[in-house]
Design a protein around this ligand. Sequence first.
Ligand code: TNX
Length: 535
Amino acid sequence: FTFLVIFLVLFFSQVVFSQEKDPRIAIIPVPAEMSVKSGSFIIQKSTHIFYDSAVSDQSHTFFNQYLNLIAGFRLGTTTSADTHGNIELRVDSKMVVQPEGYNLQVTDKRIIITGHDPAGTFYGLQTLQQLLQKDKNAQISVPLVTINDYPRFTYRGMHLDVSRHFFPVSSIKKWIDVLALYKINTFHWHLTDDQGWRIEIKQFPKLQDISSNRSETILGHKRSDPHIFDGKPYGGYYTQNEIREIVKYASDRNITVIPEIEMPGHAQATLAAYPGLGCTGGPYPTATYWGVFEDVYCAGKEETFDFLEKVLDEVLLLFPSTYIHIGGDECPKTRWQKCPSCQKRINDENLKDEHELQSYFIRRIEKYLAGKGRKIIGWDEILEGGLAPSATVMSWRGLEGGIAAAKMKHDVVMTPEKFVYLDYYQSLYENEQVAAGRYTPLSKLYGYEPIPAELDENEAKYIKGVQANLWSEYINNDQKAEYMMFPRMQALAEIAWSGKSQRDYPGFLKRLRSQEHILQTLNVNYFRHFDEIKG
Ligand code: TNX
């Protein structure tokens, strides 16, 4: 009996301790359930991937790309179930019941990944990818684990502003790869703003010729530096072919791309090309500095809606996402107050004021998109003057917008600037790279709980997920974008995917350190002092 007890104690302590101590087992986001045994499965050149017909081809392609980076070889694939020594990829919605969930079993003989759906299998492979490491003998070994895992939230988002600064297709693809590895499933692409329109629209070529260009702003080097202009031309936009390429690339990695076309505010770049769409008739320059601008789309003119509907027609052909982001934030009402056609609209439509005019604007676009089978999502200002009936709210100014919308039974994505804005400082070091004013260190992001305490259990169901935003006013190159994004994106991924009770900041920091080789393998720049910051 004593022997048995000693055996059991040793056995379980090994299971528990090896998880804690084995730096090879550093998975982000932390899985729902995991057990570990000593020993490894060795991936050899002769190892084959077997996959059943429900699994997407892209899954193993993506896996092989990464394996090739660390091992210098790719695995062959087969659809005939000769299983010994293989990696098997399956889909079985009865065995794994949670959408996007998976079961991963690594034994010394084989690896089996079973997903609830193809996305689940893909995520099992991402976990496996994080477990790959070269051991002492330069072999690619995988620790023996059994994992059951599934997401807490269905919406796990990352946003990127390409208007303030433009990023090339190759960088976007590189970042999509990293997002996929951390089980992010939504890429919110902020394509238009005052400082630049970045999507080709065939019916309105001046958007490419004029709205995508401006005079560049030189960034200050200290927080307090003013904006300085050098007057050099700055510009860029994505062709429709490039957009299709990115949407497909993302979709192969289970990432939905949601385009954002800003309205009624943040539209000065559009007005630069089509001044007739503003209240005053212009002329307007594409904005050369940051902020909120008074010249917005005129809500009184039919021309505005004609234009936006035609733009959206082309957008819908490029983006299959259910959601279309229509912006809605920071729209000053000063021009509308003095504009005869806006005042006429307020009268004709029996609206109380300019806030209701904004609501009229958004509802009209909502209706147009609903007619095409799409739904709108917008920043929390769309609550002003009455929320459009089927709108989803992105709560950015705080928690209030999200709370109000959930109480009204509207879907919500939480993205409060105070916690999840990646353009804010991540350290207070004297020589930190210039960023937007506030401070969101890694610990603050990690500590953010997306379900507001004010909501009861039923209301909480409307919180679909959480997103981090990377605004690019102060980010004018890829290296810096990566520096701002990583590793705060990994913290976001963990709060979006992992259960609330699994949150463990010291453990997260350790896993992040153990995983540095992944970012290095992918040639990703990141903020390296993350565990020195006390918050
Ligand atoms: C507010 S968040 C904005 C953006 C800026 C950002 C800078 C939101 C909906 N609007 O236009 O880029 O602050 O942090």
